[in-house]
Design a protein around this ligand. Structure first.
Ligand code: GLP
Length: 261
């Protein structure tokens, strides 16, 4: 995994936006995998700005979100569909029919999961997947113990995740206990992934994901098996990385071979 250490969450969002905009410049019909949570909010603000100020065109972009709470309607302010509309989709010219978020109200849910996975494959697969990491090392809603080969499935949320996400709800007992989520196997099919992390509360999961053993106890560690993942990590979130100095050195000196790549 390539690791880029950045000063603050602003720089993290700048780097992430550059990656997305470069990919979009190369492939106007980009299939973009998107995440929710506070981590990618700065990225979405930059994409909206790029559309409004520089005319960046999202008309051929297709998006797939990682996950959705079971039981929340798209109009529910805490649903991930609502979040995405509010933070990104309503402010760029992506076609609403090209935006996909799992449907937390679908029944039967398992059929919906299989259909969601098929839709991703039919769209040609995800070109670039944006990821955050949960306090327990999860990506999407792949909680500790999830099979590293899992495809889109229904997941039960851990107590830690429910408590982490309670800040968006009036209280923890309003947080749904289940979600539809792309699996680790679904995420590993993406051609490129960017893993974003900021804040000292992410220092433990970041260290475990990047330098720990590949284990279903920290599902983000599966990204070590992915051929093209870049972790863009703000310095507080990077604080526990053992090879921090090496990552910084590599970052500063990469330009020495850039013309040979
Ligand atoms: C949720 C989402 C994850 C996200 C995580 C971290 O659990 N399902 O996709 O990465 O929250 O959220 P935050 O970025 O707010 O720390």
């Amino acid at each position: 995994m390539k690791v880029i250490i950045v000063r603050d969450s602003e720089e993290m969002s700048d780097r992430a936006a550059e990656t997305v905009l470069d990919a979009l410049a190369q492939k106007p019909d980009l299939v973009l995998g998107l995440a929710t949570g506070s981590t990618p909010e700065g990225l979405y603000r930059r994409l909206v700005k790029a559309h409004k100020n520089e005319g960046v065109d999202f008309s051929r972009v297709v998006t797939f979100n990682l996950d959705e709470y079971v039981g929340l309607a798209p109009e529910h302010p805490q649903s991930y569909r609502y979040f995405m509309n509010e933070k990104l989709f309503d402010h760029v010219n992506v076609k609403p029919e090209n935006t996909h978020v799992p449907d937390g109200l679908a029944e039967p849910l398992l059929e919906h999961c299989a259909e969601y996975e098929r839709m991703i494959d039919d769209a040609g697969g995800i070109d670039l997947q944006v990821l955050g990491v949960g306090g327990d090392g999860h990506i999407a809603f792949n909680e500790p113990g999830t099979s590293l080969g899992s495809l889109t499935h229904v997941a039960a949320l851990t107590r830690e995740t429910i408590e982490d996400n309670a800040r968006f709800f009036d209280s923890a007992d309003q947080v749904p206990c289940f979600a539809v989520t792309m699996g680790i196997g679904s995420i590993l099919k993406a051609r490129k992934c960017i893993l974003l992390a900021s804040g000292s509360n992410k220092a433990h999961p970041v260290r475990a994901a990047i330098e720990g053993p590949v284990t279903s106890s920290i599902t983000a560690s599966a990204l070590q098996m992915h051929p093209d993942t870049v972790a863009i990590v703000e310095q507080d979130a990077a604080a526990h990385l053992e090879r921090l100095e090496f990552y910084r050195w590599q970052q500063q000196n990469w330009h020495l071979i850039a013309d040979k790549l």
